[in-house]
Design a protein around this ligand. Sequence first.
Ligand SMILES: Cc1ncc(COP(=O)(O)O)c(C=O)c1O
Length: 408
Amino acid sequence: MKSYVARRLDVIEPSPTLAITALANSLKAEGKDVVGFGAGEPDFDTPQFIKDAAIAALQAGQTKYTAVSGIPSLKKAIVDKFQRENALTFKPEQVIVSTGGKQVLYNLFMAIMNPGDEVIIPAPYWVSYKDIVTLAEGKAVLVQAPIEQNFKITPQQLEQAITPKTKVFLINSPSNPTGAAYTETELKALAAVLEKYPDILIVSDDIYEKLMYDGIPFFNLPMVSPALRSRSVIVNGMSKAYAMTGWRLGYAASEQTEIIKAMDTIQGQSTSNANSFAQKGGEAALNGDQSFIEEMKKAFVERRNYVVKELSAIRGLKVPMPEGAFYVFPDISGLLEAPGFKRLMAEHPEEKDPGKLLSSVLLKEHLVAVVPGSAFGYENGFRISYATSMAQIEKGVSRIRACIESFW
Ligand SMILES: Cc1ncc(COP(=O)(O)O)c(C=O)c1O
């Protein structure tokens, strides 16, 4: 029968992280004791004062459409946040609130891409970047940041990737999936390259800004380079810092008022405003007591240290210490030499991707859900989200150890 689905779907893939979570959930529904390391969301509940603000708004009848780009008081809270925490100055018309950081990025690329425009994306990258850029008819130019570079690209790599068609450099630090965060010095070195190319727009996805560990301070490109400020778009959101994934609230700010206006137009013709009373919750989150984040970070650091220590001791895995976010990304290049893994690869000639093969064995035979590295543009690895309880982490890590040790 004729397919009614548009051709644009041929070039994009369903979100692999959501797919893994769905498969793990269906195994759980069959009664299997699956450890889920797939989800990209904090396992904490949203703080009560944020819920209270949304409930109060709901009770007060704030149940109508709002301005497409967000309620003025939330936009003010966002402007204040940038001034207070990043020393960056924006006007309210340079801010837009959307239904999650993902929609911010979708609106942004729909608003700026012409066919064939290139977007430089360091890999491993967050799963949706490439598909969002592709849907917007842009071309994702991937720059590999291998484990030897602690999953960060060098200024030389950046410069080599630039062509006359480069429109955007997209950076995510701390990163999903590696947790790697660029230092101030490293960002300054990247900025020095970008300062030479005045037409390139900088998109900084700062969604893990608040989840930096060991006292390492957060920086982004516009913070370290005043010259880049007028051509940067900062993307951020409530999901990760305030455990608000289900609320669907994200935002962007840019001195390029024209871009924010174009995003407003896209949003106005698709979803309109973000949920009215969720916006009041978001406002409370940004303006309120931030000590909840410190509590959450304490738990994350303890889990991160445990996961890195345990996995590093497994032969065949290389596991750098992530500076932020809640992911660990072991490199499995060493495992390709293990006799049992070689045998497994030989038994599955249809699966050339070692990370996918390992992830599928881990889920089906050892009941641990991880996301294969290829989902993030890096085949020899897999991602663990440690946003789950210590008890689950201990169980899952020991299953991974049993699986991998059996290959030697
Ligand atoms: C790097 C990165 N950017 C953006 C998002 C979007 O998050 P949300 O749409 O929940 O705000 C995510 C979520 O996983 C992410 O990891």
